[in-house]
Design a protein around this ligand. Structure first.
Ligand code: PLP
Length: 441
């Protein structure tokens, strides 16, 4: 098929996390987005089964968000992030803080989830130092965790391909075991009913080995997202909170995916009833219309850091684009829509329908596991005999041909409907995925 209005020279642009040679041999150009759909340069309409990349939670081109960005661009395009602020940044921070469990109160803006993670790690180190425990410099992440691509994030992250090319990373990082056993947990609906202590014994051993006085923080995703939607067993996060609190170790929840409604609650902390010390977020914060991330910190962290520095800058960290006016405008508009359209409750109400729809894929070709929580769904596929990842990528391509965008990571597939979807939207996504599975060889 000929592609109209597309670039002749594909060589200069180096695509992220993409097989560049394969893409440039058969490019997929998205030229428009509207509601639940993308439109391609060759005139096709593709259903968005992945909310952009977990981020366009209100769909594409939401009128109120677009208008807010345009109005802001016409009023103030940029003002310095250091020693100046816009009123909107304070308003957005207050609205975000109001959605997290009590005690999490202070919001630091970044431009991505990766920056939010590195900011959170630095906050943890600064906090311990400020209260006279500067020996707490170690971090604990988790196998298969994804915390973005900064050196901090890949160090605490647990996805081998994101780490192995990039040297030694941060020193002093340990990893908790992957809290999911496909042998026993496959096809569980929601949280597996399993004793979480089997996965947390290792934490006690790591703490004993290094001594609590050397450990700054544990960082985990409330639900493992990028690795393919893996849900830890019931009670896991509460237990993790108890152990970390007992040893003076901060708990950081990476809410880049789970923030702003994915689980049918404002965030994973609220959904699981756990109060961490720090949360990171990005994506749905402003519907991804302008890059933005953030970190929310407990009162004790903010106060300790501010009190330890009587004059001058208390936290030597920040970005030229922190609280960028356009990102803030998009954020205020997106947050208003989340409230006005009662999105968290609607997403929660739709989750049992989504669960049944996801699990109807059990028994389709090569499917070895189906998982779900809120409006997040994961599939595992039996690897192709020629190597891992081939079948997952084939499914991604086949789904695109059938007219739905989903995400593959190796042989796991993630599905993340737009949070304002209705049952018909879910049915369409799942049926297109089903047809795509049936094309696999
Ligand atoms: C849990 C988590 N943390 C961090 C990130 C990194 O976010 P970004 O790609 O905006 O840097 C992601 C991205 O998917 C994520 O899922």
């Amino acid at each position: 098929m000929t592609i109209a209005n597309t670039p002749n020279d594909l060589s200069a642009y180096w695509l992220p996390f993409t097989p560049n040679k394969a893409f440039k041999a058969a490019p997929r150009f998205i030229v428009k987005g509207e509601g639940q759909f993308y439109f391609t340069s060759d005139g096709r309409k593709i259903r968005d089964g992945f909310s952009g990349m977990w981020c366009s939670i209100l769909g594409h081109g939401h009128r109120k968000i677009t208008e807010a960005i345009v109005a802001q661009a016409g009023t103030l395009d940029y003002s310095p992030a250091f020693n100046f602020a816009t009123p909107g940044a304070f308003e957005l921070a207050s609205q975000v803080a109001a959605q997290f469990p009590a005690g999490l109160e202070h919001v630091f803006f970044t431009n991505s989830g990766s920056e939010a993670v590195d900011t959170a790690l630095k906050m943890a180190l600064t906090f311990h130092r400020a209260r006279g425990e500067g020996t707490r410099v170690r971090f604990i992440g988790r196998v298969n965790g994804y915390h973005g691509v900064g050196f901090g994030g890949i160090s605490v992250g647990g996805m081998p391909n994101n780490r192995k090319f990039f040297g030694l990373g941060l020193p002093g990082v340990d990893h908790l075991p992957f809290p999911y056993n496909p042998g026993t947990d496959a096809y569980t609906k929601g949280e597996p009913n399993r004793d979480p202590s089997i996965y947390l014994k290792e934490l006690e051993s790591i703490i004993t080995l290094h001594d609590p006085s050397t450990i700054a923080a544990v960082i985990v995703e409330p639900m493992i997202g990028s690795a393919g939607v893996f849900v830890p067993p019931r009670g896991y996060l509460q237990r993790l909170r108890d152990i970390t609190s007992r040893h003076g170790i901060l708990l950081i929840l990476d809410e880049v995916i789970t923030g702003f409604g994915r689980l049918g609650a404002a965030n994973g902390a609220s959904y699981f009833g756990v109060t961490p010390d720090i949360c990171t977020m990005a994506k749905g914060l402003n519907n991804a219309a302008v890059p933005m991330g953030a970190v929310i910190a407990a009162e004790k962290i903010y106060k300790t850091i501010l009190d330890s520095t009587p004059n001058g800058i208390e936290f030597f960290h920040g970005y030229t684009y922190s609280a960028h006016p356009l990102a803030v405008a998009a954020g205020l508009a997106a947050q208003a829509v989340l409230r006005e359209e009662d999105v968290y409750r609607r997403a929660g109400n739709l989750s049992s329908f989504f669960e049944e729809a996801m699990h109807s894929l059990r028994g389709e070709p090569y499917v070895t596991d189906v998982r779900n929580l809120g409006l997040a769904g994961g599939l595992s596929l039996e690897p192709h005999r020629d190597g891992p990842g081939i079948r997952g990528y084939s499914l991604f391509l086949s789904a695109y041909e059938k007219g739905v965008a989903i995400r593959s990571n190796g042989d796991t597939i993630a599905i993340a409907p737009i949070l304002t979807s209705n049952q018909g939207d879910i049915e369409s996504i799942i049926e297109l995925v089903r047809q795509s599975l049936r094309t696999l060889s």
